[in-house]
Design a protein around this ligand. Structure first.
Ligand SMILES: [Zn+2]
Length: 335
């Protein structure tokens, strides 16, 4: 028998488990190469909230973290709680789109080995660091037998986010050049916000890697994942929650099944951490952030059946838009 719960449309939720060192590395801060980690602090917070809300989600894990003994207890706890484990590269280089296909494949393989050794799960999903996707990456994902990619953020404001980032970072021209695709280009805003299949170069389409885009606001293409909600919460918590609710309403009205993401910094505040104050919303305490995220997630679970990204990908097979055709990486990308 169908219950009202079954009638809710699906939404997927994922956590990009970026660690302290990866932010420092991208930002060009000294000391990143000793791999400072906040996983022991933040993972129990995230798992506690997910357990309270009875949610099973996807964690995109960085291979380098799995390779270090100091992080292994935290990572094992995620797998033990039943969450999906996916691949977020080994080195977390947001310039991975500049790599050759062979280099990307090496990166994926190395991450898989360490992630599987620690969590006993072999990833079937991938998200590129900094949404930096390329044809080479799609080819490498195909060869490694991946089910889905979740590296596109169809928004126009990535270029603005990058400008903000560069102002606060001390980077050489060469380093800035490496990072020039960070957060995506303006043309990324024209990419679809619903799941679709990739046309892999040189393939006949028999193999179809699924794309699960990170959802942005239908029509407006403004992100509304939790980091943005928290940034707004820095000005007004009620306004931020209202924005989130409106975004979900728009998704329901347009039949978009949202795929939303969380970051560790959504659970860490100025009282938890030093050195990452260049991030938006780091003026809030960890407690305030956790409260806002809990309220927003509660709203999400009332209106959608929240699942892993893998389940979202498997269900997408049934949607007409997904079946209607293949998209090549060049489509919608003019720069
Ligand atoms: Zn990341």
């Amino acid at each position: 028998m169908r219950t009202p719960k079954d009638d809710k449309p699906i939404a997927s939720l994922s956590v990009d488990l970026d660690n302290q060192w990866s932010y420092m590395k991208t930002h060009g801060d000294r000391g990143w190469d000793s791999f400072p980690s906040y996983l022991d602090l933040v993972v129990p917070r995230i798992l506690g909230l997910l357990e309270d809300l009875d949610l099973t989600v996807t964690f995109f894990i960085v291979g380098q973290d799995a390779a270090l003994r100091k992080n292994q207890d935290a990572l094992r706890a995620i797998a033990a709680a039943g969450h999906e484990i996916a691949n977020h590269s080994f080195h977390h280089d947001p310039w991975i789109h500049l790599y050759t296909e062979r280099a990307v494949e090496d990166e994926l393989t190395l991450a898989e080995e360490h992630i599987e050794r620690v969590t006993s799960q072999r990833p079937v999903g991938y998200r590129a660091p900094g949404y930096s996707l390329s044809n080479a990456t799609l080819g490498a994902l195909q060869r490694r037998g991946y089910l889905y990619d979740a590296s596109t953020l169809p928004t126009f404001i990535g270029a603005l986010a990058r400008a903000y980032y560069f102002v606060s970072a001390r980077l050489s021209d060469e380093e800035k050049d490496q990072r020039k695709a960070l957060f995506g280009s303006f043309s990324d805003g024209f990419r679809p916000i619903r799941p679709y299949r990739w046309q892999i170069e040189g393939e006949d389409g028999a193999y179809a890697l699924i794309e699960i885009p990170v959802t942005t606001l239908p029509f407006f293409r403004i992100p509304f994942h939790f980091s943005y909600i928290l940034y707004m919460a820095g000005f007004s918590v009620p306004l931020a929650l209202m924005y989130f609710q409106s975004a979900l309403t728009l998704c329901r009205m347009t039949g978009v099944q949202p795929s939303l993401l969380l970051h560790p910094l959504d659970f860490l505040g100025c009282d938890d951490l030093e050195g990452l104050d260049f991030f938006p919303a780091m003026n809030l305490t960890g407690e305030t952030k956790a409260l806002v995220v809990r309220k927003a997630l509660t709203t999400l679970t009332k209106r959608f059946r929240v699942s892993t990204v893998k389940e979202h990908a498997l269900i997408s097979h049934q949607s007409s838009e997904y079946r209607s055709g293949l998209r090549s990486f060049g489509a919608g990308r003019t720069a």
